[in-house]
Design a protein. Structure first.
Length: 275
C-alpha cells in the first residue's frame, strides 16, 4: 500500500521551488483529466502548455508571487497617522495649557481683588472729625480725615466732591458745598493721614428737628481706591456716610439747654451712628 507523501512546507521553499511545484501540480492535473501533452516541432519536451505556464510565472510580479507577512505594528509606522496623532496630542496639550493659564490668572486676579478690598475697607479709615461754624455767620465747615494703616503700601484715592444733605420732612435736600482749606478733589497718594474739608450752607428753613434745636445732617464722601496711580480695572468703590446733629448758626444756646437738658454749652455738632 503506497503511502501518501507529506505536504511540503511552503514557508521553507524558495521561489524557484515554488515555481517547480506549480508546474508539477499542473502536469498532474492534466494527467488526471486525460489531456495529453505532446510537444510540437521546435517546442520543449514538456509541451507548449507547460512552457506557457512557466512564461506566465516568470512574468508575474514578485509581489504577486511572494507572501509578505504583515507586521503587527505597521499601522504605527504610517507617517500620516503619526502626524494626525501628533496634532491631536498637541491640541489636547494646548487646551490643557490654556485652561491652566486661565485658571491661574483668575486665581491671581481674585487674590488681587480680595487684597485691594481688604485694604480699601479694613486698612483705610475715613472719619468725620468735626463740624464748625464759619465766621461769616451763615456757613459751616466739615473736616474729614482718611488714614491708610498699611503705610508701606500706598493707596491711590480718587476723592469725589463732598456732598451735604439736610433732612426736610421725610426727605433729604442737598445743600451747596465746595472744597475748603487747601482741599482739591482728585487723586491722592495716601501713605498715612490726609485731612480734607468742605464748606457748605443750609438754605432750608423748615428742616426736620429730630433733636430739639438741631438740624439732621448727612455728609457723603465717596471715593475710588486703587493700588495704582493709573488703574485699569483694579478699582474699588467706597461710599462713606456720616450723620450728625448740627446746631444752626445763631441758635439760642439757653433755649436748647432748657429743651434738651444739656449740662453745659450745647456742642456745634453731635455725631450719630450710621443709619
Amino acid at each position: 500500500m503506497n503511502r501518501v507523501p507529506p505536504l511540503p512546507d511552503l514557508g521553507t521553499l524558495s521561489s524557484a521551488q515554488k515555481d517547480a511545484l506549480i508546474v508539477s501540480l499542473w502536469e498532474t492535473l492534466l494527467a488526471v483529466e486525460g489531456a495529453e501533452v505532446r510537444p510540437a516541432p521546435g517546442d520543449s519536451a514538456r509541451g507548449p502548455v507547460l512552457d506557457d505556464l512557466r512564461s506566465r510565472i516568470e512574468r508575474a510580479a514578485p509581489s504577486q508571487r511572494a507572501w509578505i507577512p504583515r507586521k503587527r505594528h505597521a499601522i504605527l509606522e504610517s507617517r500620516l497617522l503619526l502626524g494626525i496623532l501628533l496634532i491631536i496630542g498637541l491640541g489636547f496639550f494646548g487646551d490643557f495649557a490654556v485652561g491652566w493659564y486661565q485658571q491661574r490668572s483668575l486665581e491671581a486676579r481674585s487674590r488681587a481683588v480680595l487684597e485691594l478690598e481688604n485694604a480699601a475697607f479694613n486698612g483705610l479709615y475715613v472719619e468725620l472729625l468735626r463740624m464748625l461754624h464759619e465766621p461769616d455767620g451763615r456757613s459751616y465747615r466739615a473736616v474729614l480725615t482718611m488714614h491708610n494703616s498699611y503705610q508701606d503700601s500706598p493707596l491711590y484715592v480718587m476723592l469725589n466732591r463732598v456732598r451735604v444733605f439736610v433732612q426736610v420732612g421725610l426727605s433729604w435736600q442737598e445743600m451747596p458745598a465746595q472744597a475748603a482749606g487747601g482741599t482739591a478733589w482728585g487723586v491722592v497718594r495716601l501713605t498715612g493721614d490726609r485731612e480734607y474739608q468742605a464748606v457748605f450752607q443750609v438754605d432750608a428753613k423748615d428742616w426736620a428737628e429730630l433733636m430739639p434745636g438741631y438740624m439732621h445732617i448727612r455728609v457723603e464722601s465717596d471715593m475710588l481706591i486703587s493700588r495704582s496711580s493709573e488703574p485699569k480695572d483694579d478699582i474699588v468703590e467706597r461710599d462713606n456716610r456720616f450723620y450728625v446733629y448740627l446746631k444752626p448758626q445763631g441758635a439760642d444756646d439757653q433755649a436748647i439747654k432748657r429743651r434738651s437738658n444739656f449740662p453745659g454749652t450745647p456742642p456745634v455738632f453731635i455725631p450719630m451712628p450710621p443709619h
